[in-house]
Ligand binder design. Sequence first.
Ligand SMILES: [Zn+2]
Length: 559
Amino acid sequence: MKIFRSSLFFALCSAVLGAEPAQTVFVNGNIYTMNERQPRAEAIAVKDGRIVFVGSNADAKKYQSAETKTVDLAGKTVVPGLTDSHCHIFGIGEREMNLNLEGANTLEDFLAKVKERVPKTERGKWITGRGWIETFWKPPQFPTRADLDKIAPDNPVFLTRADGHAAIANSAALRIAKIDKETTNPFGGEILRDKQTGEATGMLLDHAQGLVSKNIPGPTEAERREAFVVGVKRELSLGWCEIQNAGSNLDDLPPMRQALEAGQCKLRVFNAVYAPGPSGAALLHDGPTLNQYDHRFTQRTIKVVFDGALGSRGAALLEPYSDAPETSGYLTQKEEELRPIFEEALRRGIQIETHAIGDRANRVILDLYEKAMKAVPPEQRKILAPRWRVEHAQILSAPDLPRFAKLGVIASMQPSHAISDLFFAPSRLGKERLAGAYSWQSLLKSGAVVTGGSDAPVERGEPMIEFYAAVARKSIKGESADGWHPEEAVSREQALKMFTLAPAYAAFEEKDRGSIESGKLADLTVLSAEIMKIPAPEILKTNCAMTVIGGEIVYEAPH
Ligand SMILES: [Zn+2]
């Protein structure tokens, strides 16, 4: 050990003394490295996309030559390149391109936005959009097809709720889908009906959405590629250096690859594919793709959607909903279909990530993970510790919480969900169940890895909203709810870890990413304010000043 230490010491000294010039040196930074051995620094030197030095401005001089580009960070705060551990990149781009219903604060607002689209759309052509949330409306009721029929009688209309787990269709759309009084609910979905007449209201939950959406002509490959590129551009401007794309189909791959090959995607993309189905089957057959396009594309994960969402009461609960005792939600996949996929994934070194929101979905998926790990013992696995994930892990029954750490399952959670759901979760769940809801701190204390994401376009997808939500656990206006467990908020260091080291671990990338230290990829997020010290509400006013990926400045805020 002693020999190792002294040789390491001399190696470090000679590295500094005889340092080879770097391509870029960043100086005058207020740098949080997330490296325990050297938590703070002023300067970073970069060569061939990787960090070769972290330390003081004075020592950085040794890496500067006439050819070296020097970037003055002007005292700004720098953190390891932030990762969104859960978002949907095509949806983010499409939100920018289609009818964006975010921020429709009343039913009238919502209808006004749709009405504006009608004269711009050819008669008979589809009007689609996304982003509405009725919980802010007064009363907080779902829209109906009658509301839409009044403003758009001649166009089929299909508008997805922000969470993607529900949509409203007008009568023209229901006619095309042949949905009437007699249509039965598909597995894992529900056609909401008028309590008196039994007619469909137009609201379709989870798998019932497919009855209508399968009739909508899909975007062309060129439009898909544009959505991807638009999404990537937005992510870079927000300071994200990597996104973990929470689900894709086989036809998403060509537009992604084309953009990567054309150099239109500087963002690092960690891509999951949906299963059961052909996309997951292809990954199980072909095996993982690692670090393609200069560490910009990795695909080693299968995404399963196991229940609905809380807002539309599709999340599978152990007990009925407190505000709708006739339902306790539903699972959207059959256990017997998942079992062989999970076992094969262990043999093939494929990671599994499963959307589970309700406490029942979380319990059953942990059971299934545990069963698969028993069925395929370590010696039969390609990767000993498979780092499987539960996406959302939103509502946990007390006995299940410690199972994450015990099974080595990563909780992939979205702080903004807690502050968006603040207004309806208490009525859906009742006070008792809130104790196990959005339990970031309890999970961390239990020893689990908690990785942070935004679930954009379900949420806005801005890193500073996520960081604020994690540390404040209050709405953007500073509101909290009765029984909202403020003790589940996390510290700023814990929050930063959720968007740096934890996502690197969750993607098997901890050797390359997650902290600012020599040898790692030079991914940096430069911020307009000192987020580790300013009062929490000011975090929301903080912007991305610069995004650096592999040492290259890929975004810079206008001065
Ligand atoms: Zn999602």
